[in-house]
Design a protein around this ligand. Structure first.
Ligand code: IMP
Ligand code: MG
Length: 184
């Protein structure tokens, strides 16, 4: 197995770990300012958001709570069908809570639009979204993101939580994936 530097499936670096860290610190400060009076419940969308949420949470100097849910979209390869299913639900009752959904990447926006509808039905006091990455030019649903880390070009990327076939999540940078199409 090849190591990161010479992995032929990895293309150019889109964001270095250092660039991400700097932006996540800014996002954390922004969230802390906005939620100073009512610390949020961070809802991480697994698995992709696990790295981002862990860094973001440590950059919010407030007593936040953390929960996770896992969703899977039906459909093959590197695109979303828009049909989403909850694989692991939250432990927390959202009634009256200030919920901040933490997402790795928004592509079509269909996953997010499903999640929003689903979570809003649970009567939170507020519901906002923080997405690390937004891929340009692909949105098929209104995004309405309260916080966005970066806009990236329309290429499939891996690293910092993002995978292909469950690999590359532990890559510290975000890089273009240029290997074979993933198997579903
Ligand atoms: P959407 O429903 O089209 O917005 O897709 C969002 C989900 O697809 C994300 O939460 C990711 O899990 C996955 N995804 C979209 N683009 C990428 C990518 O470039 N790399 C890895 N996963 C991606
Ligand atoms: Mg994924």
């Amino acid at each position: 197995m090849s190591s990161w530097p010479d992995d032929p499936d990895l293309g150019p670096v889109v964001l270095t770990g250092a660039q991400i860290a700097a932006r996540v610190a800014e996002l954390g400060a922004e969230v802390a300012g906005d939620y100073a009076d009512h610390p949020p419940l961070l809802v991480g969308v697994l698995k992709g958001a696990f790295v981002f949420m862990s860094d973001l949470a440590r950059n919010i100097p407030l007593p936040v709570e953390i929960d996770v849910m896992a969703v899977a979209s039906y459909g093959a390869g590197t695109t979303t069908s828009g049909v989403v299913r909850i694989v692991k639900d939250l432990d927390t009752d959202l009634t009256g809570r200030h919920v901040l959904v933490v997402e790795d990447i928004v592509d079509s926006g269909l996953t997010l639009s499903y999640l929003r509808r689903n979570l809003r039905a649970r009567q939170p006091e507020s519901l906002e979204v923080c997405a690390l990455l937004v891929r340009e030019g692909r949105q098929r649903a209104p995004l309405d993101l309260r916080y966005t880390g970066f806009h990236i070009p329309p290429e499939f990327v891996v690293g910092y939580g993002l995978d292909v076939n469950q690999r590359y999540r532990n890559l510290p940078d975000v890089r273009v994936y240029c290997g074979p199409a993933p198997v579903e």
